[in-house]
Design a protein around this ligand. Structure first.
Ligand SMILES: [Zn+2]
Length: 263
């Protein structure tokens, strides 16, 4: 397999990128050239897989407006940017034979979960939004290009922040509304081995168990039922001994501020 791949790289479409790796003089240059090659290979594989799928027979859906079966209008190019770069492919698109204003429909895009106007992967948008939390949009777009090699404008980053922010606020409002109607949030699913581990939350030295045990319901259950104070915290074996040792080693309350760390 390795030999086949090497032979392909030497003579195939990526020969130029492979040559750049082979002739790189320094490790830095070799790594940079290998990264270019890896991305080109990943994009080529994706394009080929997409074109194979696009060549399969299409089952045309019915028009949303009039119910007539859509008719093929031929092959149209599509591209989409992700973390490895811009992937390009061609696929069939269809339109309503009665000319309903539903735009062109691409069944392959729908099967891939690709919306009509989506040109950038959600992973790239998330990365851009995270960067925009820490820095101006223009800088976020430049850092994204440097880190991931994805070139997007500052205004695109601004639009993604607006869109994802609106969606996050809508989700939060919905959750608050459900809570106000008495519906408690659904707990996250946990693997059995993780669920069996003791869980404690420390708040200024107070530890509170959050999962039920033989002694009764958890604090959060009791608070939710209006039963006030939590039951005695559950500590793993040896924890009380460590607590006592840490208490003995702690600087005394009479010492001045900062004296505990200065020693
Ligand atoms: Zn129609």
């Amino acid at each position: 397999m390795q030999e086949v791949l090497k032979e392909y790289l030497r003579v195939g479409e990526l020969a130029q990128q492979w040559r750049a790796v082979e002739t790189a003089a320094t490790r830095e240059a070799m790594m940079a050239a290998a990264w270019v090659l890896a991305r080109a290979l990943a994009l080529m594989l994706m394009s080929q897989v997409l074109e194979t799928r696009a060549a399969e027979p299409v089952s045309w859906p019915n028009c949303k407006a009039c119910g007539k079966r859509l008719r093929s209008k031929g092959w149209v190019a599509r591209q989409w940017s992700g973390v490895v770069g811009v992937v390009k492919w061609r696929r069939r698109v269809g339109r309503c034979p009665s000319g309903c204003k539903i735009g062109q429909v691409a069944p392959l895009d729908q099967a891939l979960g690709l919306e009509a106007y989506a040109h950038t992967s959600v992973a790239v948008q998330e990365m851009a939004c995270l960067l925009a939390v820490l820095m101006p949009f223009d800088l976020a777009s430049r850092v994204l290009a440097r880190l991931a090699g994805v070139v997007v404008s500052a205004s695109s980053v601004w639009q993604w922040v607006q869109a994802h922010g609106r969606a996050a606020m809508a989700r939060l409002d919905e959750e608050i509304q459900r809570l106000a109607q008495g519906e408690r949030p659904a707990p996250e699913a946990l693997a059995a081995e993780i669920a069996a581990l003791p869980v404690m939350v420390g708040v200024d030295g107070v530890k509170v168990p959050l999962r039920p045990d033989a002694r009764g319901p958890t604090w959060s259950d009791r608070v939710a039922r209006g039963q006030g104070r939590p039951h005695r915290p559950v500590l793993p074996s040896g924890a009380r001994e460590w607590q006592a040792r840490l208490r003995d080693q702690a600087p005394s309350a009479q010492e001045g501020p900062g004296s505990g760390r200065a020693r």
